[in-house]
Design a protein around this ligand. Structure first.
Ligand SMILES: [Zn+2]
Length: 228
């Protein structure tokens, strides 16, 4: 529930969230990437959850390379919605967000449906187990749609912020059981209230890092110029 900060320093940590395509490149060239990230003064590399399921060995290599520069690996990003996979829409429309009486597949989901919660928990568990030595997971809402949540009769009693809290609390309970020393970051805009208490293994982020579109790390000799 505290803000996410480096305990040893006043300076905020510098995060590098990687998208799926960038992650493939990063994992192929873990040595030169780690060196590049160090030169750019990054403290943390955030890889998408899916990479931990499909590329375990390469992630271990990257972790080693990054550790040489004091950079840690974390998992997730704008991935809260991925815990309710969109292909469930066909058979379980009720898991998804209601807008003006209709269920829609875009943005988040219906967090008060027990079926949604069960699915979210099992998907989160799958990722938390695949990334068992990760200490910090990031579960941020959909970019530029942070307050776009469900308006079904049950969810209507909860603000978008509270719906987000219901979702991250569910994941936090699963993580506490699988990896009691790990944390989840969630996103809330500054100044928002909310009546849902948060689990102790949740850390708030009030600003989110932008992904780096094309890190120019392919050649070790290349000199990066002011790319952040
Ligand atoms: Zn709902």
């Amino acid at each position: 529930m505290a803000n996410y900060k480096d305990d040893n320093s006043e300076a905020p940590q510098r995060f590098l969230p990687a998208g799926n395509e960038t992650t493939k490149e990063i994992l192929k060239k873990h040595d030169s990437f780690a060196e590049w990230a160090a030169r750019q003064h990054y403290d943390v590399i955030i890889l998408p959850f899916s990479a931990f399921l499909s590329a375990g060995r390469r992630i271990k290599e990257l972790k080693q390379s990054a550790a040489e520069y004091g950079i840690s690996l974390e998992a997730g990003g704008h991935e809260l919605s991925n815990l309710v996979p969109r292909n469930y829409f066909f058979f379980h429309r009720d898991f998804f967000r209601m807008v003006e009486g209709r269920r829609v597949k875009t943005c988040h989901f219906c967090p008060t449906n027990p079926g949604t919660i069960a699915l979210l928990g099992s998907e989160a568990g799958k990722y938390f187990r695949a990334a068992e030595d990760v200490k910090v997971f990031h579960l941020w809402p959909d970019k530029d749609a942070e307050t776009v949540w469900c308006s079904c009769p049950t969810c209507r009693a909860f603000s978008p912020l509270e719906q987000n809290r219901i979702a991250v609390n569910t994941a936090a309970d699963i993580l506490a059981a699988i990896n009691p020393n790990a944390f989840i970051t969630y996103f809330e805009k500054p100044g928002d209230g909310g009546n849902i208490p948060l689990r102790a293994n949740l850390l708030k982020m009030e600003t989110l890092p932008e992904p780096v579109a094309e890190p120019r790390f392919s050649s070790g000799r290349e000199r990066d110029q002011g790319n952040g």
